[in-house]
Write a protein that binds this ligand. Sequence first.
Ligand code: ZN
Length: 199
Amino acid sequence: MNLYSGHINRLIEELASLPGIGDKSAGRIAFHIVHMPKDRVTRLANAITDAREHVHHCKVCCTLTDDEICPICSNPKRDHHTIMVVENTRDQAAYEKTGKYEGVYHVLHGAISPMLGIGPSDIRLKELMARLASDDIEEVIIATNSSLEGETTAMYISKLVKPTGIRCTRIASGVPVGGDLEYIDEVTLLRALEGRTEL
Ligand code: ZN
């Protein structure tokens, strides 16, 4: 039985398919949208299509950016000899927010998870190894989450990096197990970075 108009139903279905939005929230947002002024709805819809259209992966670090090369990779003031490897752009933003890390990043867009069938070739590891082979890199700091997937990924990367002779470190476990980097406060992030250990 359809309780609402076809268009509202469709909107609810689309919203409910997004992460973190359950049926109840989807309903609330859908009704909010149909009551919004039309120009605001257009702005919202355009923001979604524009982001999808114009955001792509940085050619160097694979983060999400509007430019071919992201502002961090193209900043000559950054230390381009140190690469911090993170799982996603939100984790990168968490470290950027501390304002204390001066190196550059590499964004994997995921973590290895045998359970979910995500293997090394499903994340941006090939791109990382290409950077290590061609650039003058002195240290790789592995800042994947301390979840099982994050640890598995860290292990895997350290095994790839070691033969290159490049220093390979792992952020300290001040980050709680299973904790998503993006939700952890800046002090903890900095402590984890400063207390990093050799792998
Ligand atoms: Zn970049």
